[in-house]
Design a protein around this ligand. Structure first.
Ligand code: ADP
Ligand code: MG
Length: 634
């Protein structure tokens, strides 16, 4: 695992252009409300819709007989079985029960009790519990099957998009969902970046663009700069809990008041769902109409009717929509730009169809936004373009440079957050900083990795905790702890720590607190087999082969790029391990493949370390390495 990350880090730009003839690669917009899969055919990206031409609603229904229904049909079942029908699962991705608490008041779901850090939806009266990752994987499976049917064969890889504002835990959860669905996730791509690609902005010579994405559950604003055919994300901002769903909820509250009911519909979850559905339908209708009728069945045979005008809707929407403005202004400021310096503004997301949203965008940026491409499709289309590039089918080079959306740092004495990597740093990136002991005879470091912009750890998001122990007692200030942060091309973080005077290293598994461990993902893959028709070992085999391909590919790239770093006999040992892996990959024993992967990992470990060091030296030119002394630990 670590080896792969190191290889990617040391090749900035390479991951985007690696020549892997992979053929069938798709782009997937895994949306809060709707999901879509797209593919490049004959040089053009197209969306693969269902027979009715609809998007796939991101709704999953778990039936009592053990079957799972996804999409439009599931949405239809939401009113009668609200607790067993999960909508807007993306809001829960990579979230812990504490985060979910915020959303909980507003959703009909039950959460399974448990002390662990992962949210679990309790289904079927407590007989089944599923994580957001498992729910998302169901959506991805449907898209995968749709794409495979359309393309006439198994997929070789997929690019999945995520909101630019997603933190590490949310990204990791998305990747896990892809893996669980049996997809080789080649890349996670920020949604606004995908939109810019779909617009073919890469064909423009120069320019700076804003992407305004208001979907069902998230608001993203990104400023992208294009120079000499290269995209760079200058800044990102937004709100991971703001979107059309919030308009629906605000409108539903108003409708309930009009119906003479309390805001929680007196605890009637099915009625809450019906009112939310009616609110959404009315809101969407009012994009074209100036007034619409609202009909809600309070209980069987008891129907409430009312009318709603666009002005009334605007009054409800405005206070929610106002929350877009500060992040949008901040993103411009972070990019060092004024609105008038932009070359254009792109609209993304279903909610940007609303006239009031277009007015806001026009006034914020002082121009009419671009909306030639369907704002529902634009992200999936761009992801397909990127997938095509990664698959090596590309016609030309486009290099995407994404940024770290939130600063990454460590907790210092006194609960202060020390930032190692600042927000809006282009990925892949790394940072090294040296710390020392605070107390005499301290034999260990307690490291707490946090993410966020605030100064105090209490206000940041906790990503991971780990220890480095076994350091001999030394006077305060003598130990030298070198901490390395690496963010890979997907925006995922790896952290390592080494005590310089003793050479003691901590091999830390840095997983976001709210993500899932490999074991859990593995367990879920196994669990999912129980429900699948296909043979268990067949699936394990597929998973291991995908993993094997990825590692072989990374190793080939590394050998080609850094031959000068190899010591005597090392190439032969690595190549032998690669050949052994190829051989076991051709066989049908997944345990043998797993063992061969581990052997290759071991054979290339030292080489990888040297590559990392070299990459850090190159990557950190101009930044002071280890020059900063800070206090850390307890
Ligand atoms: P996501 O990216 O979260 O999956 P989408 O881009 O699919 O979201 O946008 C979904 C949101 O857009 C929903 O809140 C939906 O009600 C809203 N929406 C879709 N069509 C319209 C429309 N014609 N008018 C207003 N809102 C719309
Ligand atoms: Mg979207």
């Amino acid at each position: 695992m670590a080896v792969e990350t190191l290889f990617e880090i040391s090749e900035p730009g390479e991951a985007q252009t690696k020549e892997v003839r992979r053929g069938r690669a798709v782009g997937i917009d895994l949306g809060t409300t709707n999901s879509l899969v797209a593919v490049v055919q004959a040089g053009q990206p197209i969306c693969l819709r269902d027979q009715l031409g609809s998007l796939l609603p991101s709704v999953v229904h778990y039936a009592a007989d053990g079957s799972v229904v996804v999409g439009q049909a599931a949405r239809g079942l939401a009113a009668q079985a609200p607790q067993d029908t999960i909508a807007s699962v993306k809001r829960f991705m990579g979230r812990g029960p504490r985060d979910a608490e915020v959303t909980r008041r507003l959703t009909p779901y039950e959460f399974a009790p448990g002390a662990d850090a992962v949210v679990r939806f309790s289904l079927l009266g407590g007989r089944r519990a599923v994580t957001p990752v498992e729910v998302s994987a169901e959506i991805l499976r449907v898209l995968k099957a749709r794409a495979e049917a359309a393309l006439g064969g198994e997929l070789d890889g997929a690019v999945i998009t995520v909101p630019a504002y997603f933190d590490d835990g949310q990204r990791q959860a998305t990747r896990d969902a892809g893996r669980l669905a049996g997809l080789d996730v080649m890349r996670l791509l920020n949604e606004p970046t995908a939109a810019a690609l779909a617009y073919g902005l890469d064909k423009q010579a120069e320019g700076t663009f804003a992407v305004f994405d208001l979907g069902g559950g998230t608001f993203d604003i990104s400023i992208l700069k294009l120079e000499g055919g290269v995209f760079e994300v200058k800044s990102t901002g937004g709100d991971s809990a703001l979107g059309g769903d919030d308009f629906d909820r605000a409108l539903a509250a108003r409708l309930l008041r009009q119906m003479g009911l309390p805001e929680d519909a007196a605890g009637d979850r099915s009625l809450t769902r019906r009112v939310l559905d009616a609110a959404r339908d009315a809101k969407e209708a009012l994009t074209k109409l100036s007034a619409t009728e609202v009909v809600i069945e309070r209980r069987p045979g008891d129907v409430w009717r009312g009318t709603l005008t666009r002005d009334e809707l605007d009054d409800v929407v405005r206070p929610v929509l106002d929350r877009c403005e500060p992040p949008a202004r901040r993103a411009l400021r972070d990019a060092g730009l004024e609105a008038k310096q932009l070359s254009g503004v792109i609209l993304v997301g279903g909610a940007t169809r609303m006239p009031i949203v277009r007015r806001l965008v026009a006034s914020l940026f002082g121009r009419e936004p671009l909306a030639d491409i369907d704002p529902d499709e634009v992200v999936a289309l761009g992801a397909a373009v990127q997938a095509d590039l990664l698959a090596g089918n590309a016609r030309k080079d486009v290099v995407l440079m994404d940024v770290v959306p939130l600063s990454l740092g460590l907790e210092m004495m006194g609960g202060v957050a020390e930032k190692l990597i600042h927000r809006n740093t282009t990925v892949p990136c790394g940072a090294v900083q040296t710390f020392t002991t605070y107390a005499d005879n301290q034999t260990g470091f307690d490291l707490h990795v946090v993410q966020g912009e605030r100064e105090l750890v209490a206000d940041c998001r906790s990503l991971a905790r780990f220890k480095l122990t076994g350091i001999p007692p030394m006077p305060a200030g003598m130990a030298r702890l070198q901490v390395t942060f690496l963010v890979d091309a997907d925006g995922l973080l790896g952290v390592s720590a080494r005590e310089e005077t003793t050479g003691k290293e901590s091999s830390i598994r840095v997983k976001p607190s709210y993500g899932l461990t490999d074991d859990e993902v593995e367990r879920m893959i196994r669990d999912s087999f129980a429900h699948a028709e296909r043979d268990v070992s067949e699936r394990l085999l597929v998973v291991e082969r995908v993993e094997a391909d990825r590692i072989l590919q990374a190793t080939r790239v590394a050998l080609a790029a850094s031959a000068d770093l190899l010591v005597d006999g090392e190439r032969a040992a690595i190549e032998a391990a690669m050949a052994a892996l190829e051989t076991s990959k051709a066989g049908r024993d997944h345990l043998a493949i797993r063992a061969a992967i581990a052997a290759l990992d071991a054979a290339s470990k030292d080489f990888a370390t040297r590559r990392m060091n070299q990459a850090l030296q190159q990557g950190l030119r101009g930044q002071d390495i280890g020059a900063v002394e800070s206090k850390v630990g307890k």
